[in-house]
Ligand binder design. Structure first.
Ligand SMILES: Nc1ncnc2c1ncn2[C@@H]1O[C@H](COP(=O)(O)OP(=O)(O)OP(=O)(O)O)[C@@H](O)[C@H]1O
Length: 321
């Protein structure tokens, strides 16, 4: 749905050249939630602005829904942007307009009739759980409610893609969870493709099907979260699941990407005559799936066979040296 290849972007600031994007390839599948996570200054906002061409990349190509945005003139680009909604960290609502007036705004610009606007605004406010606040002004809303208005407004032109620029970073954890769950629901029910940028791993953990880690203008790791959880040495896996203590050398870190239904530990103790001592462990939810991490000491003559058995059964097996 979003395919960006070889994106480069540099800024000039007081005679200094700042390379914000240094060859980013981004592939977001239709209907998935994709998170780009990284520290402040990594280039996340620049990347997002290059995806809808609010910022023109110096080099590289951006395709959204099959259309090469980098090749379009300004009129066709404006039209293409109707297919790409955006929500902002600080909501960007018009304070002089009511909730309904904010959501109706893009529809007015697009020349949608008054009757149709009313119908659509009511539908959108219902969708984001704000049907009873249509006449309120932004100043009368909580942060979470403001972001719901921002989301409803972004969805008004029926975009296929939603870009989220740190949509939850100004919100407290409970409100963040509510907004992320709303994004997940919209993703599932409307088939909306969502690209979000964030500096919080928790956001990736809660909603993302795929993710990339961004550092100094490029991706150091990217892919489906379920695949990254199977990738030895994955930074994302380490950041999502720091083990409770520094794992002692000679132990093994095990990741269960598909939950912990199989009694694999008892199978290896019986099947390979090894002893298993559990040192630390955690079970977490990742985008609605449970993922386990264990740090264990395994001893016995057939230890190597036991580890191979675990890997064959879908576990990521990493020896701690
Ligand atoms: N308009 C601009 N002019 C000059 N430099 C800029 C501009 N926009 C971004 N930069 C610089 O480009 C680099 C990447 O910035 P960007 O905002 O994309 O990072 P980010 O990961 O989104 O960080 P943050 O979360 O703090 O916004 C930074 O060094 C930033 O200072």
């Amino acid at each position: 749905m979003i395919n960006a290849v070889g994106l480069h972007k540099a800024y000039r600031l007081k005679g200094r050249r700042i390379a914000a994007l240094q060859g980013v390839d981004l592939h977001v599948r239709q209907g998935e939630v994709y998170g780009v996570v990284g520290r402040s200054g990594a280039g996340k906002s620049t990347l997002l602005r290059c995806v809808n061409l609010l910022e023109r990349p110096d080099r590289g190509e951006v395709r959204v829904d099959g259309q090469d945005l980098t090749a379009l003139g300004s009129a066709r680009l404006r039209a293409a942007r109707h297919g790409i909604g955006m929500v902002h960290q600080h909501f960007a609502l018009l304070s002089s307009r009511t909730v309904a007036g904010n959501v109706a705004f893009p529809l007015e610009i697009a020349g949608v009739s008054r009757v149709e606007r009313r119908r659509r605004v009511a539908e959108l406010l219902d969708l984001v759980g704000l049907a009873d606040r249509a006449r309120a002004y932004p100043a009368q809303l909580s942060g979470g409610q403001k972001q719901r208005v921002g989301i409803a407004r972004a969805l008004a032109p029926r975009p296929k893609v939603l870009l989220s620029d740190e949509a939850t970073s100004a919100l407290d954890p409970a409100t963040t969870a509510g907004i992320l769950d709303l994004l997940r629901t919209l993703n599932r029910e409307l088939g909306l493709t969502i690209l979000l940028i964030t500096h919080e791993m928790e956001v990736v953990k809660r909603v993302c099907d795929s993710a990339a880690i961004m550092e100094d203008g490029s991706f150091t790791e990217s892919g489906r979260v379920s695949d990254l959880l199977r990738t030895p040495g994955s930074l994302l896996t380490r950041s999502l699941f720091p083990l409770p203590s520094d794992p002692p050398p000679g132990t093994v870190a095990l990741t269960y990407p598909d939950g912990t239904d199989e009694p694999l530990m008892s199978q290896i103790t019986r099947g390979f005559d090894v002893d298993v001592n559990i040192i630390a462990g955690a079970l977490e939810e990742v985008a609605g799936h449970s993922v386990g991490r264990l740090n264990v000491r395994i001893t016995g003559e057939r230890r190597a066979e036991a580890l191979a058995y675990l890997a064959d059964n879908g576990l990521l097996v990493e020896e701690v040296r």
